[in-house]
Ligand binder design. Structure first.
Ligand SMILES: O=P(O)(O)OP(=O)(O)OP(=O)(O)OC[C@H]1O[C@@H](n2cnc3c(O)ncnc32)[C@H](O)[C@@H]1O
Ligand SMILES: [Mg+2]
Length: 197
């Protein structure tokens, strides 16, 4: 007899996140994405923490669909900018990912290497249809380069250097990224709770 796999909504509009989360979860659950459902309004990300926004997104999508929902709120925290863009990373500059990392490089022009430290941080929230909620966080430390490099990943990956590897996040394979990333770290803490759905 085969048990039915739990269904889980990956509540994100970001294709890069969706790809990474799908690979992380493997075939343990049946993944539903927003693209599989009728269009619904995007939650307003007006909390002042990643945890708050992740919970808000997961709650609203779980309520709207009746499915357990996993949402991700993440950002890049740059020490020389007092932690900016942080929780506002998606809204740091209008346009695409490239416009945002180009603005970051411009803002950091002239800042020496030892002051270019930064961290990617991720909050994952799981909300069940009954409202039960859980949040897990993950973090990855590195520094901002002087020019983009690499074609993998998404977002700010081309300008985020892993000092131990001497490569940017966008120069890693998907597997290498997930093994060390903020999202991979948060996911590994969340995984047991996904299997218990
Ligand atoms: O809210 P959803 O629909 O999930 O999608 P989003 O792209 O708006 O996601 P966020 O609100 O969490 O904003 C995160 C920002 O940080 C960037 N980001 C998140 N994770 C990243 C990663 O692993 N590598 C590079 N950039 C990342 C991403 O490109 C966004 O600009
Ligand atoms: Mg967003």
């Amino acid at each position: 007899m085969t048990a039915t796999k739990p269904r889980l909504l990956f509540a994100t509009t970001n294709k890069g996140k969706l790809r990474e989360l799908r690979e992380l979860v493997g075939d343990a659950v049946e993944v539903v994405s927003l693209a599989d459902l009728p269009p619904m309004p995007e939650p307003e990300e007006d909390a002042d923490t990643l945890e708050g926004n992740a919970l808000k997104k997961a709650r609203e999508y779980a309520q709207a669909t009746g499915l357990p929902a996993l949402a991700d709120d993440s950002g890049l925290f740059v020490d020389a900018l007092g932690g900016r863009p942080g929780v506002y990373s998606a809204r740091y500059a209008p346009g695409d990912d490239r416009a945002r990392y180009e603005k970051l490089l411009a803002e950091l022009a002239g800042v020496p290497d030892d002051q270019r430290t930064a961290s990617f941080q991720c909050a994952l929230a799981l909300v069940k249809p009954g409202g039960e909620a859980r949040v897990e966080v993950g973090r990855c430390d590195g520094r901002i380069g002087h020019a983009p490099g690499g074609t993998h990943g998404f977002g700010y990956d081309p300008v985020f250097i892993l000092p131990d590897k001497g490569r940017t996040m966008a120069e890693l394979t998907a597997e290498e990224k997930s093994a060390i990333s903020h999202r991979g770290a948060a996911f590994r803490k969340m995984k047991p709770h996904l299997l218990g759905l």
